[in-house]
Structures are given as structure tokens and as C-alpha cells.
Design a binder for this molecule. Structure first.
Ligand code: 3EB
Length: 360
């Protein structure tokens, strides 16, 4: 069975440390998200060539020390790997982790923008692969989009992404309300003048997750038209039972109540509102969980910060709310509304324990 407390969420470490791990450890890795500002990082190119591990390289600066950060997803079962179209994946019997990076090079066609087309193509490839390999349930997506707040073709790029994403869900007969995966969507600044590439990771499996909404917020899939012609297709969290474990994926969460951004120019108040939202999602998760023991102190956080100068204030506020045991990594990223100064995503897991203390 899987490792104990954080079953899938195996480790957070630098790219250099990742490369130094012994081969048996590497063979237990489902995949990783690797964040570093330097696209030409020697360790990273080594990582692409030395290992067959699906690694998503995300060009974002780590703000809290260290030049890189890898979020590693692991399994203790035997893994199979493969490539299909743009997707590179590994899976065990229960879970599949995949990554794909698509250029925004398609010709404008049928009134669709290149980003919209890349998004639709990416999601259609993911859904087709999951149908073929029979991992029908999506737990979580990570979406990284170049210049997410820039306008082109008369529409903000995040909104173009939402068009392509929803069309792919619809084309595969998937729900676009209610039963949708957890996700995050953040912006990076590409090193070149060409926009892109669209950079995506995902986790899927063979057991249906519970999709969780936040009673303080309108579901994102029901956001009104003022946020774009198509609503974003994601839930506030997903809760999955995997073997002996219960795993919670909390989507990117921001200072939004109802559908409106609160505290547009107050980063401390946005931090507090975001954590109140995460606490509300945890309360919902605990209402639905077999073992209702999710709390703010037991989460692993990724904190996406728009302005690096806000790091200290955000970190102080998070430590005040969560306590000294706060487990967080900070990355520079653009958030999908211009007035949002941060977005926080989180993961937690625990083994299910019976009354006698044995795992059930
Ligand atoms: C929000 O609550 C903030 O489009 O996949 C958070 C998580 C956000 C996921 C997505 C967007 C997405 O609307 C933005």
C-alpha cells in the first residue's frame, strides 16, 4: 500500500535533490511539477533526458529561498509509463499522472483563437487517453498559461482558455457543472515573445471523487457572463478514496466571495479571505469525508503571489492563521483576475484508521 500520512503527495524537493535520488526512488515516482524561473537550468535539461519521469516544467520563480521546487507524486505499486500525442504519463492500477505542453501555433480556424484551440486540443487528448486506458475520473488539473491576463482577439487569454476547456468537456460528453475536477489556473511570463506554451498536469483514477463546493462562493461553473463567455470548469475541491487513504485536492482559491473579488488592493485582507475560503472548503470536506480530520495545519500549500514584494506580508499572515507548522511554498505567478493578488492551492491526505487503530 501507499506511504502513510501523505500517500500520493510524496515529496517537495529541489531539482538538484530530485536528480540525486536513487533509482528505486525514481521508479516509484508517478510524476512531478517542477518550478524554476531559469528555463535553461542545467539540472532541468538533465531531468528531461536522464529520467522517463513525466515532469512538468513550469517557468515560475520560487520566492521563498531555493532556486527550484519539485512537487513529486508517488506510488508504492508497480508503474507503467507511456506517451500518447503530447501527453507523457505514468500510472499504477489506481492512479494516472500526466503532463503535456502544447505550443499555441495552430492557425486561426473557425473563429477560435490559438490558445483556445491549444486548450481544446490538450483537454481532448487527456480525455481520449483516459478513455483508452480506463481512468475515467479526473481528480485534479494544474493549468499554466502564458500571459494569462493579456487581451488578444478581443478577449482576455484566461477567457479564451475557458472557452477551449469547456468545449473539450462538452465534446467528450463530460459534465460542465457539478461533477467537474479540482483545478488551478495561473499565469507565467514566457522567455520569448511568442505566447505559450500551454502547460498542463493532471491526476486521474478509477474511483469517482467527491466534488466539493464552497458555500461562501458561487460555483465557478456558474459564474455570471461578466467573467467571460464561458464559465470556468472546475470544482472547489475533490476528495478521493485511494486504497487505504483519503486524499483531498483543494483547488486554487482566492479572495472571492459570491462571485466578486474582495479587498482588491489589500494583500493581507486577501490572504485572510482566501484562508477563510479554504477553511470553508475543509468544513465541507469534513462533512463528506469518512474521516473528518482535515484542518488548516495539515495541508500542503502552494501559494501563488502576483507581486514578489508582497511575500513577507502574505507569509506572516499565513503563519498567524495556520501556525508555525505551516507547510507552504511560494511562487511568482499571475492570477486569473487582474485584481487578485494571490491564489492558494492545497493537498492533504490521511490513512483511514479503524476504531482499533488498524487501517481498514
Ligand atoms: C477563482 O476562484 C479563482 O480556471 O481552473 C481558481 C482555480 C481559479 C481554478 C481554473 C481558476 C481556476 O475563480 C481562479
Amino acid at each position: 500500500m501507499r506511504d502513510s500520512v501523505s500517500p500520493l503527495h510524496g515529496a517537495n524537493l529541489s531539482i538538484a535533490m530530485f536528480l540525486q535520488q536513487p533509482a528505486p526512488w525514481k521508479s516509484s515516482v508517478l510524476g512531478a511539477l517542477c518550478f524554476s524561473a531559469d528555463a535553461g537550468d542545467a539540472g532541468e535539461s538533465q531531468m528531461q533526458t536522464d529520467t522517463d519521469i513525466p515532469c512538468l516544467r513550469v517557468p515560475m520563480q520560487r520566492l521563498d529561498g531555493g532556486d527550484s521546487f519539485c512537487e513529486v507524486w508517488r506510488s508504492s505499486a508497480a508503474l507503467t509509463q507511456g506517451r500518447c500525442g503530447a501527453i507523457h504519463y505514468r500510472h499504477d492500477e489506481d492512479v494516472l499522472f500526466g503532463v503535456l505542453v502544447l505550443p499555441e501555433t495552430m492557425d486561426a480556424d473557425a473563429g477560435k483563437t490559438p490558445l483556445q484551440q491549444a486548450t481544446e486540443s490538450a483537454y481532448r487528448q487527456v480525455f481520449a487517453l483516459l478513455d483508452t486506458l480506463r481512468y475515467p475520473y479526473l481528480f485534479r488539473f494544474w493549468n499554466y498559461i502564458a500571459d494569462i491576463n493579456t487581451h488578444s482577439f478581443g478577449l482576455e487569454r484566461y477567457r479564451q482558455f475557458n472557452l477551449g476547456r469547456q468545449d473539450a468537456f462538452l465534446a467528450h460528453g463530460r459534465d460542465v457543472v457539478g461533477n467537474v475536477p479540482a483545478a488551478c489556473a495561473l499565469g507565467f511570463h514566457p522567455g520569448t515573445s511568442a505566447p505559450g506554451p500551454l502547460t498542463i498536469a493532471f491526476l486521474a483514477g478509477r474511483v469517482a471523487p467527491l466534488n466539493i463546493e464552497n458555500p461562501r462562493q458561487i460555483s465557478a461553473y456558474e459564474y455570471p457572463q461578466q467573467y467571460g463567455p464561458r464559465s470556468p470548469t472546475f470544482s472547489r475541491a475533490s476528495l478521493v478514496h485511494l486504497g487505504q487513504d483519503e486524499v483531498l485536492f483543494v483547488s486554487g482559491t482566492a479572495s472571492i466571495v459570491g462571485h466578486a473579488t474582495l479587498h482588491p488592493s489589500d494583500v493581507v485582507a486577501q490572504t485572510r479571505e482566501t484562508m477563510t475560503n479554504i477553511a470553508a472548503v475543509l468544513a465541507e470536506a469534513n462533512r463528506l469525508a469518512r474521516q473528518p480530520s482535515f484542518d488548516l495545519a495539515s495541508l500542503y500549500y502552494k501559494v501563488y503571489v502576483r507581486h514578489p514584494a508582497d511575500l513577507v506580508q502574505i507569509r506572516n499572515e499565513l503563519e498567524r492563521i495556520v501556525g508555525a507548522t505551516l507547510n507552504a511554498v511560494y511562487l511568482q505567478a499571475d492570477v486569473c483576475r487582474q485584481d487578485l493578488l494571490l491564489e492558494i492551492e492545497a493537498t492533504a491526505g490521511h490513512p483511514l484508521v479503524t476504531m482499533s487503530g488498524a487501517r481498514n
